[in-house]
Design a protein around this ligand. Structure first.
Ligand code: CS2
Ligand code: MG
Length: 404
């Protein structure tokens, strides 16, 4: 029996903060898991260091489900982003170990490939519509089959989704205190259809077009947005309303055929159980790193399959290369894959995380290295100390705090 002999937590900031859990077994095999929670990294690091790692020592490294149940039920205080991100990190590290011992990539342990590759979408954005169109062109030129489009709203200074500078990655966390962004729902609802029309007018309908509303509308406003975007055949609109209000999707569903995606902030199957079983959504966005790892996420996707709900996992740059690689393995193996977000990571991560995934013709593949296929360089990680960064707070024109 291979027992867990060591479990260490590494907080590093190569371009942005990441939290990585490293587990070592009595056979000398190591596995890694992502414990990054954007803006609350140290909370998860402490949950792991102080309350989880001591409990792992001496446990059978191959009893993944048992360890998951032990950490979930044994804590008594269940669910929540901090707890489930910590459990996710342990889970992915143990799947990594199991793959290395078996000499198989994770997707083979999950039943093998159910497709040739994983369709991913990139993030196009622009401060103006012409800028957005240029950015959409850039992603299409690189072979992306799906593109998310976000444009700044005229009259608003600092709006969600506007990438700063070049590259692919939109990183919202900044500063040692939360910055303030602006919002005006009316201005937004009046503007979005015009730039989706511009995108379709210029590029046609031969690729998937996505948009992130980012939790900001009431149910009837979301219904209005969905109807107004029907001519542009959206692949999905995401987080149309605050995700914890599952009843809201009943109302949205009654008014529009625009597909709905939700769930990047979900951390448990219970967050989406009704949305799935009542077919109120089309894609569930839960991620490996925030929804309890491969062990729980594959159960969520299995629940979704008979209801015609597909996966659409979150894959922003603040989910480390470790959980992104694990997501690709899961995406490759499940029958009801829908779409994988690939925002890429800020330059600098390559020194700490050596990945083996590939991108070709709009599809990604995790590679065939045993386990999840990511190597973690502890020495390099130690060269980039934690740097406090917070997600913005959103305010309306009258100063009210609004969903960000
Ligand atoms: C967004 C993210 O990628 C997405 O769909 O919702 O940019 C999200 O804002 C960040 O991951 C939050 O840390
Ligand atoms: Mg989102």
């Amino acid at each position: 029996m291979a027992t867990i002999t060591d479990a260490t937590v590494h907080v590093t900031c190569p371009g942005r903060n990441y939290v990585t859990l490293k587990i070592t077994t009595s056979d000398g095999v190591t596995g890694i898991g992502d414990a990054t929670l954007n803006g609350r990294e140290l909370a998860v690091a402490s949950y792991l260091r102080d309350h989880v790692c001591p409990l792992l020592i001496g446990r059978d490294a191959h009893r993944i489900e048992d360890t998951w149940q032990y950490l979930y039920k044994g804590a008594y205080w269940r669910r929540g982003p901090v707890t489930m991100t910590a459990i996710a990190a342990v889970d992915v590290a143990l799947w990594d170990i199991k793959g290395k011992v078996a000499g198989l990539p994770l997707y083979q342990l999950l039943g093998g490939a159910a497709r040739d590759g994983v369709t991913v979408y990139g993030h196009a954005s622009g401060d103006t519509v012409p800028e957005l169109l240029q950015d959409v062109q850039r992603f299409l030129d690189r072979g992306f089959r799906a593109v998310r489009a976000q444009a700044a709203v005229p009259g608003l200074e600092r709006v969600y989704g506007q990438r700063k500078g070049g590259g692919d990655t939109y990183e919202p966390a900044d500063g040692s205190l939360p910055s303030v962004e602006d919002w005006d729902t009316g201005a937004y609802l009046d503007f979005v259809p015009s730039y989706m029309a511009a995108v379709r007018e210029k590029f046609g309908y031969g690729f998937q077009l996505l948009h992130d509303v980012h939790h900001r509308l009431t149910p009837i406003e979301a219904a209005r947005l969905g109807k107004s975007l029907e001519p542009y055949r959206m692949f999905w609109i995401e987080d149309a309303t605050p995700a914890e209000d599952q009843e809201a999707f009943d109302l949205i569903r009654r008014h529009t055929t625009t597909p709905l995606a939700v769930g990047e902030i979900f951390n448990s199957v219970f967050d989406c159980q009704h949305l799935i079983t009542r077919r109120l959504i089309d894609y569930v966005r839960a991620s490996v790193s925030h929804a309890g790892g491969v062990t729980q996420l594959r159960k969520i996707f299995a629940l979704a399959e008979p209801y015609g709900v597909r996966s659409g996992s979150h894959g922003a740059g603040d989910l480390s290369p470790v959980s992104f690689a694990a997501a690709l393995h899961l995406d490759l193996s499940i029958p009801n894959f829908g779409m994988q977000e690939y925002m890429a990571h800020l330059p600098g991560y390559e020194e700490v995380f050596r990945t083996s995934w590939t991108f070709e013709d709009g599809l990604m593949h995790p590679g065939d290295a045993p386990g999840i296929g990511v190597e973690f360089d502890e020495d390099a990680a130690a060269r980039y100390p934690y740097s406090p960064k917070y997600l913005p707070v959103n305010r309306l024109r009258d100063g009210s705090v609004h969903d960000w």
